[in-house]
Design a protein around this ligand. Structure first.
Ligand code: UTP
Length: 408
């Protein structure tokens, strides 16, 4: 039977069984405005700075892949799911190949940390083994497991299964900072001279891994961290939004924001609370060290676990790092270019919507390169050929069709 920290669980239960988690009416919530990076005059300078940082080996990537992906319903790590692209690329493969594209330009591989959980660790490694690590330099990838926490019965006693084993679940994506340090991966980054860490979810099919312009923007800002945001589709879209809460940056979940605030507009009719969180961040290495040495708050949820209704599950959230760090650079990007999450089995944010968005973007890149395309076809371009639409031409298309470019 696994060891669990009973005293710690008792403490959490005592705290939460008497408390209701809500945003208090006394909280001072204000919009946190942002600019679209595309329109910013500093953009070229950011890209140059970012490219230089890559050449110096100062940038690493960190993927969160410890979630259970329950909404998708795929029985395995989400990153290993063939979500329907013509090439059958998985989310792990897309991430690996995009990083390799940047690494090739910089002349050195990018250190890449992948956080799994004990529930999907061996399957994740197996996926990489089965695909020869997608050609990634294996000395530059590290996998480590996040922590687990036992669920509690409604009366606060540890939940056990029919064999008497504790029923544990991942301790939330906020556990990533502790796990990064505990696993030695933070030290590994520091030994390698890393100063900036791009951190992202596993589920975004359009993620611009370690985007040099984004990294350069944070480097030039002097701030502790940065996040990419998209305009909300409309006031009712259920996405976390960046806002200022009691003077500190915070991500407010849909349910944390009143109808009145949600619908508040500026003079031009745009939404005031508009910075939708995309799950793409950059942290300075010192910020990661600071957070890792700190206990982020815990959150409790009441859920049916192993058939027992109303159990307690405790988690930490990555988003609690932002108030703690105190300041953030918000980097606005176009949803169509960068944000196609695979969360649900069907409908919004599904494999189908992600494939469609990737197809639209890649078609647009080819059109910009003046390539003749067939109407109604889906085009997919391998990250081996382009990172964000550069280096494409009719000649490349003719040479790569059926190899690095797929037409469906
Ligand atoms: P989500 O909150 O979307 O959760 O995770 P999920 O597990 O992927 O999906 P559902 O909610 O069960 O359907 C956002 C990111 O945080 C990671 C996920 O892997 C994803 O990249 N995550 C989440 C962890 O790494 N650990 C966790 O404990 C929870």
């Amino acid at each position: 039977m696994a060891q669990i920290d009973l005293e710690f669980l008792k403490k959490l239960y005592a705290e939460f069984s008497n408390k209701k988690e809500t945003t208090s009416a006394a909280d001072k919530i204000q919009p946190l405005p942002f600019n679209m990076a595309d329109e910013d005059q500093r953009r070229e300078m950011w890209t140059e700075t970012g490219n230089l940082l890559f050449k110096q080996g100062s940038v690493a990537a960190f993927t969160l892949a410890g979630g259970q992906g329950s909404r998708l319903g795929f029985d395995g790590p989400k990153g290993a799911y063939d979500f329907g692209l013509p090439s059958h690329a998985t989310l792990f493969r897309l991430q690996a190949r995009r990083l390799m594209n940047l690494g090739a330009k910089a002349g050195k591989p990018i250190p890449w940390a992948i956080m799994t959980s004990p529930l999907n660790h061996s399957e994740t490694i197996q996926h990489f083994e089965d695909h020869s690590y997608f050609g990634y330099n294996r000395d530059y990838i590290r996998f480590f497991e996040q922590g687990m926490l036992c669920a509690l019965r409604p009366d606060g006693t540890p939940l056990t299964d029919e064999n008497g084993d504790y029923v544990e679940a991942p301790d939330g994506n906020g556990g990533c900072f502790r796990a990064l340090a505990k696993s030695g991966t933070l030290a590994w980054f520091i030994e390698k001279g890393v100063r900036f860490v791009f951190l992202c979810n596993i589920d975004n099919a359009l993620v611009k891994m370690a985007d040099p312009t984004f990294i350069g923007a944070l480097a030039g800002s002097g701030l502790p961290c940065a996040a990419k945001v998209v305009h909300k589709k409309n006031a009712a879209e259920k996405v976390g939004i960046f806002a200022s809460k009691n003077g500190k940056p915070a991500v407010l979940e849909y349910s944390d924001v009143s109808d009145e605030l949600r619908n508040k507009t500026n003079a031009d009719g745009s939404l005031q609370f508009d910075g939708g969180n995309t799950g793409m961040y950059v942290f300075r290495i010192d910020s990661l060290r600071k957070i890792a040495s700190q206990e982020l708050p815990w959150h409790a949820a009441r859920k049916t676990v192993s058939g027992v209704a109303d159990c307690w599950k405790f988690e930490q959230f990555l988003l609690d790092a932002f108030p703690f760090l105190g300041k953030i650079f918000l980097f606005g990007v176009e949803r169509e270019d960068e944000f196609a999450p695979v969360k649900n089995a069907t409908g919004n944010d599904s494999p189908e919507s992600a494939c469609k968005m990737l197809g639209n973007l890649h078609r647009y890149w080819l059109e910009q390169a003046k390539v003749k395309l067939k109407a109604g076809k889906l085009y997919e371009i391998s990250p081996r050929l382009t990172y964000a639409g550069e280096n494409l031409s009719q000649e490349v298309f003719d040479r790569e069709l059926g190899r690095g470019i797929f037409e469906f």
